[in-house]
Design a protein around this ligand. Structure first.
Ligand SMILES: Cc1cc2nc3c(=O)[nH]c(=O)nc-3n(C[C@H](O)[C@H](O)[C@H](O)COP(=O)(O)OP(=O)(O)OC[C@H]3O[C@@H](n4cnc5c(N)ncnc54)[C@H](O)[C@@H]3O)c2cc1C
Length: 516
């Protein structure tokens, strides 16, 4: 076959969310480093880049309509922040807002100290909490003596937590906390795809609590080391990080479990787009992929690679493709491959959030924390509420208060049929009953996110593995990544984007070596 070395490489990244933009960034970086002659295109179906990331700057407020922050200990986003020269934009959570509340029987209780992802690691605060009955606490203690489950088989997150800690800990603490990340039903979510560290804790320590305590100590040490040594990185802006103890990013990571950017998460999107523009990447919005087919060299021009159709009627050819799309979109595009088509079966839950702004004097209660979570068993409309302006001081003028209420979770998607007025009325009724907050808001902002939260079902990892294997065999040079696969958090999406870029690099290398 014809030697491809030195030929222009045409690479398409489909999807302009954080996964796709990160993939494009790392593909462009490889192209620069390896001196490829590359034409990189990012095609995004909607009219703006960022996907779920959607910051609205309005009347002195910074309003996040999608994600609002990220877990600081996860390094891919810290590395990217450094590479983009955004270190100075990072913002820590208000240290006065570390308390989180959970509703129980209509009353807000502070979460007990020492919880790690909902798992108790300190006896005293756990025994003192009003969130559980005494028998519920004793049942959780059985985790110390219950035998571990043998074998590698997946199980549901809810089943696992009930088995180790009992039903009360699951419904009263762990589910509102963990399922909040997925808006899911823990009895349908895969343990191995969501919190594999729980299984590992049980396997290695014979007890979830013992393993989580050990993991906590290890994570603290690792985070300290990683934060101090995330490396000298020369970014697109030429910015460099430092590795010293005085490194302000390392300090921030150590001090705050969550971070964001002062100008909102869109700061990251804007910086990525600026870097991609500098690298000459073609950035296209309003352009949806509708079909992909492999060229086998038999068409007139002897072409290799892939033909891609877009909704504007264009057909273009590419040598390699990253599909950074929801799994149902990937399943539809590649439905000739059964294992890839099966990705369409991964359920996505529809959620909404309702943001309300108030005059500070109208909010009688001191909002002395980051917000509260609402267990399913409480039968409320909202699933959680973030006291945004208490958690993130930069998000509102000092005489105003910003609250964000979450609506919808697996099995509770009735809000989809509601009008805006009804949504706001239901949310306000909950705030009145939980916080006694009855004042008229200055304004509200509703964000509807249909089919936005992927639910990794039991067996998810096997399904994804099968899809990847079939794709690699049938369509080499096509990579898949995004929130529907291996982690929904922003750092996980960035990691997946980077891995997809590395897979594309590996593909070109293999083509060069084989001389295909
Ligand atoms: C309400 C909410 C709150 C969240 N809060 C947090 C948080 O605080 N912290 C955190 O870390 N994570 C949070 N997450 C999760 C995180 O925001 C997402 O998992 C992540 O942003 C998904 O990024 P992505 O690029 O994989 O997908 P997306 O952002 O969904 O991007 C996919 C893109 O593909 C485009 N597209 C679809 N089909 C096509 C096609 N055929 N052709 C071209 N383009 C197409 C879409 O328009 C979209 O822009 C939250 C998620 C939601 C919904």
């Amino acid at each position: 076959m014809e030697e491809k070395v030195g030929q222009r490489k045409r690479i398409l990244v489909a999807g302009g969310g954080i996964t796709g933009l990160s993939a494009a960034f790392y593909v462009a970086k490889q192209a620069r480093e390896h001196g490829w002659d590359a034409e990189i295109t990012v095609a995004e179906a909607s009219e703006r880049f960022g996907g779920k990331i959607n910051t609205l700057r309005k009347d002195g407020f910074t309003i996040e309509k999608g994600p609002d922050s990220f877990l600081s200990r996860k390094t891919p986003i810290i590395d990217l922040t450094r590479e983009l020269g955004l270190e100075g934009e990072l913002e820590a959570q208000n240290p006065q807002s570390k308390k989180t509340y959970i509703l129980r029987r209509g009353k807000l209780h502070p979460m007990p100290g020492g919880l790690m992802l909902g798992i108790p690691t300190q006896l005293k605060p756990f025994m003192a909490t009003g969130l559980l009955s005494f028998p519920g606490k004793l049942r959780a203690g059985l985790d110390w003596v219950l035998p571990r489950k043998e074998g590698e088989a997946d199980e549901s997150l809810g089943g696992f937590l009930t088995r180790r800690l009992g039903r009360e800990v699951l419904t009263g603490i762990a589910e509102p906390l963990l399922a909040g990340i997925y808006a899911g039903d823990t009895h349908s979510l895969s343990l191995l795809a969501t919190f594999p560290q729980f299984r590992e804790a049980e396997r290695a320590h014979g007890s979830l609590i013992r393993g989580t305590r050990a993991g906590r100590k290890q994570a603290e040490a690792a985070a300290k080391a990683a934060a101090a040594g995330t490396g000298v990185s020369s970014g697109a802006s030429g910015a460099t990080g430092t590795t010293s103890e005085a490194d302000p990013v390392a300090k921030l990571v150590r001090s705050s479990m969550f971070l964001t950017y002062r100008g909102g998460l869109v700061t990251l999107v804007e910086a990525l787009l600026a870097a991609l523009k500098r690298d000459g990447v073609r950035l296209q919005t309003g352009r949806r992929l509708t079909a992909i087919s492999r060229m086998d060299g038999s068409d007139g021009d002897g072409g290799q690679g892939y033909k891609v159709s877009f909704d504007d009627g264009d057909i273009e050819s590419f040598d390699a493709i990253v599909l950074a799309l929801p799994t149902f979109a990937i399943g539809r595009l590649l439905d000739a491959l059964p294992a890839v088509k099966a990705l369409s079966d991964i359920p996505y839950v529809s959620v909404a959030n309702v943001i309300l702004a108030f005059r500070a004097e109208d909010v009688a209660d001191r909002l002395d924390g980051s917000g509260f979570l609402v267990p399913r068993t409480e039968g409320k409309f909202i699933t959680a509420c973030t006291w945004t302006s208490s958690k993130w001081l930069h998000t509102a003028p000092s005489d105003k208060v910003l609250l964000r209420c979450y609506v919808g979770r697996s099995g509770a998607e009735g809000w989809l049929d509601m009008s805006d007025d009804e949504l706001v009325a239901r949310v306000r009724a909950d705030l009145k009953s939980m916080l006694g907050l009855d004042a008229d808001p200055l304004f509200h902002e509703i964000t509807r996110l249909p089919k936005s939260m992927p639910q990794y079902p039991v067996g998810h990892l096997d399904r994804v593995r099968a899809a990847r294997e079939q794709l690699a065999a049938a369509m080499p040079g096509v990579a898949i990544a995004g929130a529907g696969f291996h982690g929904v958090g922003l750092p996980d999406c960035i990691r997946q984007g980077k891995e997809a870029a590395q897979a594309i690099g590996g593909f070109f290398l293999s083509v060069t070596v084989r001389g295909d």
